[in-house]
Design a protein around this ligand. Structure first.
Ligand code: SF4
Ligand code: SF4
Length: 72
């Protein structure tokens, strides 16, 4: 659900996504100066990160998924 990918080729390390995420899902890799998805399960699909990224480096899945356990 929610955030799916941060493209490291587009990301310039501006930190806007990490600063805006209300759930603290995104962190910065300080060595590479790139954002990455740290706590995917906490994402609330609010789309703030995707909307605020000036480099269009973030892709969020538009529908909240239902995770269904297999019957077997
Ligand atoms: S807002 Fe976009 S460019 Fe800035 S750190 Fe996040 S992913 Fe990278
Ligand atoms: S969609 Fe919202 S909660 Fe999920 S990573 Fe982006 S800003 Fe954080």
């Amino acid at each position: 659900m929610g955030i799916r990918k941060i493209d490291p080729r587009r990301c310039d390390g501006c930190r806007i996504c990490a600063d805006h995420c209300p759930m603290d899902v995104i962190r910065m890799d300080e060595d590479r100066n790139k954002a990455f998805i740290k706590y995917l399960d906490d994402c609330q699909s609010c789309f703030l990160c995707e909307a605020e990224c000036p480099k269009e480096a973030i892709w969020c899945y538009p529908v909240r998924e239902k995770r269904v356990a297999p019957a077997w």
